[in-house]
Design a protein around this ligand. Structure first.
Ligand SMILES: *Cc1c(COP(=O)(O)O)cnc(C)c1O
Length: 402
């Protein structure tokens, strides 16, 4: 139980856009056994255990209550109102911060809400943002909307060289993905972090494709890691969420203030689903990657494929379909894969970025970075790899114009 000064309740204090409030942690974060020496798989399997001493529940309780009773005037149990802090969400945020080695994580109602939270909190309005041109289509669209409204000066760049040139001028924020979506271009996070620092900018890395099981951007010198948790972190195509993790506690305090003010927090049930998904993250990532490597080997040997893009890790693969295969027939013929626009779940999906995820990227821009109308993106699931390969083989055959 804590007693706080009258004006410290962030739920009612919106006087300034740059105010900070203390990062909120679940009480179990400072209780229980010392787990600091645990390896990743142990940390993941135990996400949320031991958080309810009253019952000894193995998994995290879903606290649906939006309001929490106060023991007395100016007293709080630590929880007042769910937008400000929720016990279920706190357990999740603490786990995510630990996974990335950050000071604090914030979970939001979608990946786009996470990107909005990070951009609008960390880059002052009017400042300059440098972003990759081949970011996720929704992120590109959002930054364009901001630029058109005059909220920011946004420079889109393609490739490490252009990124370095753009950072010879001061900026407030650099936003990259590695690997990029769907071109699988990889960026050196440590080198980019140095360039960003010289330009006076914070570096934010959208790590949706690799997750902390493969890459921990903060360890490489990035200031912010961002996730669409709808993808691998959740992993089961059943929860929409986003994550912002920061290394610097002072940035965390600003994000906490802003998230409470703007309100796109994650609800308790979705927080629970994400906690549940996280427990198997490294198992799933290992299987996604092993399956992807088998599919890549098949695609590279196939006469129906003209280009294969695979960054070497995780389960995302892009390829160009040769002219002899009708793309619509191919997409209608898959049986193990589902033609759908998302990624990172246990079920394999196939996406056509030019008409789905990247439809809002101007065709000239797409053409410049090589996103053709014949490029398909696979999210490789955890099925038997031979079933995945057989499915692609039969769909190529069915789609071939004879
Ligand atoms: C899906 C995705 C997003 C957006 O996340 P939502 O959860 O769909 O809002 C952002 N970045 C990347 C790399 C994505 O794949």
């Amino acid at each position: 139980m804590s007693t706080r000064p009258e004006d410290s309740n962030p739920a009612y204090d919106d006087r300034s856009t740059t105010r900070a409030v203390p990062i909120h942690h679940h009480p179990s974060a400072s209780a229980g056994p010392d787990t600091s020496a645990w390896g990743l798989d142990t940390v993941l399997a135990h996400v949320g255990t031991g958080t309810d001493p009253a019952t000894g529940a193995i998994t995290t309780p879903i606290h649906l209550s939006t309001a929490f009773g106060h023991p007395g005037l100016r007293q709080s149990t630590g929880y007042d109102y769910t937008r400000t802090a929720s016990p279920t969400r706190d357990v999740l945020q603490d786990a995510l911060a630990r996974l990335d080695g950050g000071a604090a994580s914030f979970v939001t109602s979608s990946g786009m809400a996470a990107i909005q939270l990070a951009v609008e909190t960390l880059a002052p309005f009017g400042s300059r943002i440098v972003a990759l041109e081949d970011l996720y289509g929704g992120t590109f669209r959002y930054l364009q909307v901001l630029a058109e409204a005059g909220a920011y000066e946004v420079d889109f760049v393609y490739g490490q060289q252009a990124l370095a040139e753009a950072l010879s001028r001061p900026a407030a924020l650099v936003l990259i993905e590695t690997p990029t979506n769907p071109m699988m271009e990889c960026y050196d996070v440590a080198a980019t972090a140095r360039l960003a620092r010289e330009a006076g900018a914070l570096l934010a890395v959208d790590n949706t494709f690799y997750t902390p099981a493969i890459l921990r951007p903060l360890d490489e010198g990035a200031d912010v890691a961002i996730y669409s948790a709808t993808k691998y972190l959740g992993g089961h195509n059943d929860v929409m969420a986003g994550v912002v993790t920061v290394a610097d506690p002072a940035l965390g305090e600003r994000l906490q203030y802003r998230l409470n003010t703007t309100g796109a927090t994650l609800g308790p049930f979705d927080s629970f689903l994400l906690l549940r998904g996280l427990k198997t993250l490294s198992l799933r990532m290992a299987r996604h990657e092993a399956n992807a490597k088998e599919v890549v080997a098949f695609l590279q040997a196939s006469p129906h494929v003209t280009r294969v893009l695979y960054p070497g890790h995780s389960g995302m693969v892009s390829f160009d379909l040769a002219e002899d295969v009708d793309i619509a027939t191919f997409l209608e013929s898959v049986r193990v894969f589902t033609f759908a626009e998302s990624l990172g779940g246990v079920e394999s999906l196939v996406t056509c970025p030019s008409v789905q995820t990247h439809a809002d990227v101007p065709p000239a821009t797409r053409a410049r970075y090589g996103l053709t109308d014949r490029l398909l993106r696979l999210s490789i699931g955890i099925e038997d790899p031979s079933d995945l390969v057989d499915d692609l083989r039969q769909a190529f055959e069915t789609g071939t114009r004879h």
